[in-house]
Design a protein around this ligand. Structure first.
Ligand SMILES: [Zn+2]
Length: 465
């Protein structure tokens, strides 16, 4: 009897945790997966085949309604429009957007109250915040419809990847679903309502990965979703044990997906990777289709502009900072919201036939780009190559201290040799130029951010666009 009680005691916190997770899932279920969700998703599967001019027309119509709404109900924009002698009729198409200023993080921080529409009660809005990977977290609000649209954008891509609502899938994202202090399995919790297995991103040690794999083999998900870094850890584990785990697709987001990571994940899981880019501020959503030629801009979701540091638009195929306008968050409208993320619009159309424009498949934080005197800007993907031939590197991180100096942190395995260091330095010099001082530091581990994300490159040198 006492044995049974002991077992019940051990089990109950996990049962309670699963109950809490399923309670949360139930709470959002009707709002995010109700009739409206399925109808809108069906509509988006029609609009994805619209011609580019019809998509622009769809944006124009939504923009006119949004500007009328902010003109009538959002104090922050009422003030600006009054100062600039504008009314909502001055905005007929997306080409009129320039008449409003860019909205910065600082503007949001300072004008939080005035950015909320008087038509909405703040207590009825959903509270959101950025993870604060670069600086302090930013607070803001979404209305219900905006949350629904976000879910539609998310599921349209899941459909592109072959996952349909109700199919089994597993996720390894940043939510702490398993207490950090827990030392033994299960390192996962089950969301029964959405057929979703949540695996912890914070317990992925070499010793624990065996349990992760056993659980995945038992659960047999069609799709695995995670940060590039979490899927990469699992893929590396599989590769080093000469194993594979077959999936229909792997979905990644929230961190830059480097080319080398993509290759290893695809091999280990015998499937293509579908990467997507979204912002907590919900102004921009870009998704990869089955052709994997870049990320399609979800034009139904928001308007994307690319700018240089002076706020001028950059041409196609040129790098610029991404500025986004949400067409759906009427509770707290974000118009021309500037991110610190850098990408480019590709000058080609996708062979899938969709006319949603393509962005480069690498969208990088400005502070993830290395700046050099000899070679200009170096994208993180380029720097993954020098690591490819090294078998003794378990994890690495590159920190640019100033224009002439980078530090490479390395977590070694016993296979690491002096030859590895020589190869790495040679290959890095080739890409960064001879004027770059490169220090290699061996460390025990590389910390994740508080949101569980991993930043492979941290540059402290500002980017001049
Ligand atoms: Zn496509």
């Amino acid at each position: 009897m006492s044995k049974l009680l002991d077992r019940l005691y051990e089990k109950s916190p996990i049962l309670l945790q699963e109950l809490a997770l399923n309670g949360y899932a139930l709470g959002i279920h009707f709002e995010r997966f109700g009739r409206e969700f399925h109808d809108l998703l069906e509509y988006w599967h029609k609009t994805e085949w619209f011609s580019h001019s019809d998509l622009i027309e769809l944006q124009n119509e939504k923009l006119r309604a949004l500007i009328k709404h902010v003109y009538e109900t959002v104090p922050y924009y009422q003030k600006i429009m009054k100062e600039r002698k504008l009314t909502h009729v001055d905005f007929k198409t997306v080409n009129d957007l320039y008449k409003l200023p860019v909205l910065t993080r600082e503007d949001v921080r300072l004008n939080l109250d005035n950015l909320i529409s008087s038509k909405f009660e703040r207590s009825k809005l959903r509270h959101g915040h950025t993870s604060g990977t670069t600086g302090s977290p930013l607070q803001f609000y979404w209305d219900k419809h905006c949350c629904l649209v976000n879910n539609v954008a998310d599921w349209r891509q899941k459909n592109w990847a072959g996952l349909n609502y109700g199919d089994k899938y597993a996720v390894i994202l940043g939510r702490t679903i398993v207490p950090i202090s827990q030392e033994n399995p299960p390192f996962w919790r089950m969301n029964y309502l959405h057929n979703q297995l949540w695996l912890s991103a914070f317990h992925m040690t070499e010793e624990n990965l065996r349990f992760y794999l056993e659980k995945l083999e038992e659960y047999e998900p069609l799709v695995l979703e995670g940060y590039p870094s979490t899927l990469f850890i699992l893929a590396k584990y599989l590769t080093s044990h000469n194993k594979t785990f077959s999936l229909k697709a792997a979905l990644t987001s929230s961190e830059t997906l480097h080319e080398a990571q993509r290759g290893i994940i695809e091999k280990a899981f015998c499937c293509p990777v579908f990467d997507y880019y979204g912002l907590a501020e919900r102004t921009i959503f870009t998704t990869e289709c089955e052709k994997h030629c870049g990320h399609h801009i979800n034009m139904e979701y928001g308007i994307v502009e690319l700018m240089n540091n002076s706020g001028e638009p950059v041409g196609k195929d040129k790098m610029g900072k991404m500025v986004g306008t949400s067409l759906h968050n009427y509770g707290m409208p974000f118009i021309r919201y500037a991110t610190n993320d850098v990408s480019s619009i590709l000058p080609v159309s996708c062979s899938c036939g969709r006319e949603l424009p393509l962005m480069s498949d690498v969208t990088t934080k400005a502070e993830d780009i290395i700046v050099t005197r000899d070679r200009g800007y170096i994208s993180p993907s380029v720097l993954t190559h020098p690591f490819k031939p090294l078998n003794g590197v378990k994890a690495s991180q590159i920190i640019q201290e100033d224009i002439n100096h980078i530090i490479i942190k390395i977590v070694r395995t016993p296979e690491y040799t002096k030859e590895n260091t020589r190869l790495l330095l040679d290959a890095m010099k080739k890409r960064l130029g001879n004027n770059m001082d490169i220090d290699i530091q061996f460390v025990e581990s590389i910390p994740r951010t508080s949101a569980g994300k991993f930043r492979w490159i941290i540059s402290k040198v500002p980017l001049q666009l």
